[in-house]
Design a protein around this ligand. Structure first.
Ligand SMILES: C[S@@+](CC[C@H](N)C(=O)[O-])C[C@H]1O[C@@H](n2cnc3c(N)ncnc32)[C@H](O)[C@@H]1O
Length: 208
């Protein structure tokens, strides 16, 4: 059966999610360190369909998205272009940057981001929300992100805060226990702190 897959930041699920909860109290925002008057610069190292990055940008963060799968990068680029053309979503789209690279390539330089977010594909069955047709289709396209432990190790050397989204009952990614975890329905956010100093030095993002 042929499926049509496209990303829509303006309407549908992304619009609904923002209308339902666009506060810094939501678990994703708390895990990444958003507070009143504090909007960290974020690298989303596993952009996927861009839903989480879109929420963070809507909350006021500058977000750089890395997506290494060419088809997903193309879908994201198309969706961002449409969002940028709509007055209601243009300011959020302007806070998002999209790079067609592996996150470890992007992180080859000095620490640049105050937080890094990772939401790798997980081989086992995840909560029903993440077993959507869209997510199953992504898995068919990109596989299982078997290198996510290496990506986490790299991220921890490049930001003072790294957050990994995991199914609620899944083991931690390889590399040790997080500083703390935040529960979020069928998922949880594992928060790793202190990999590098909170003082961010300036470097250059390695762009293709
Ligand atoms: C589960 S999806 C992420 C979903 C995303 N959080 C969202 O809100 O739509 C994982 C995505 O990360 C990408 N990915 C995994 N490891 C990566 C890496 N090291 N560099 C760049 N992209 C990566 C995969 O290609 C896949 O598209």
């Amino acid at each position: 059966m042929q499926r049509r897959l496209f990303i829509d930041f303006v309407r549908g699920k992304n619009g609904y999610r923002l209308a339902r909860d666009c506060s810094i109290q939501q678990p994703l925002a708390r895990a990444l360190g958003l507070k009143h008057g504090r909007r960290p610069t974020i690298l989303d190292g596993t952009a996927g369909l861009g839903a989480d990055a879109w929420v963070l940008a809507a909350l006021g963060c500058q977000v750089t998205m890395c997506e290494r799968a060419p088809i997903l990068h193309a879908l994201l680029a198309d969706a961002l272009q449409r969002a940028a053309a709509e007055p209601a979503t243009a300011p959020t789209a302007a806070r998002l940057e999209l790079l067609p690279v592996d996150t470890t390539t992007c992180l080859a330089g000095e620490p640049l981001f105050q937080a890094i977010y990772l939401d790798p594909m997980y081989p086992q069955r995840r909560g029903s929300a993440l077993n959507s047709l869209a997510m199953r289709t992504i898995r068919e396209l990109v596989g299982n992100d078997e290198d996510s432990g290496d990506t986490l190790a790299c991220a921890r050397n490049h930001a003072p805060r790294v957050v990994v989204k995991r199914p609620r009952l899944a083991p931690f990614l390889v590399g040790g226990a997080p500083h703390h975890s935040i529960a979020a329905g069928q998922n949880r956010f594992d928060v790793y702190l202190g990999g590098v100093d909170e003082e961010i030095t300036c470097g250059t993002v390695h762009r293709p």
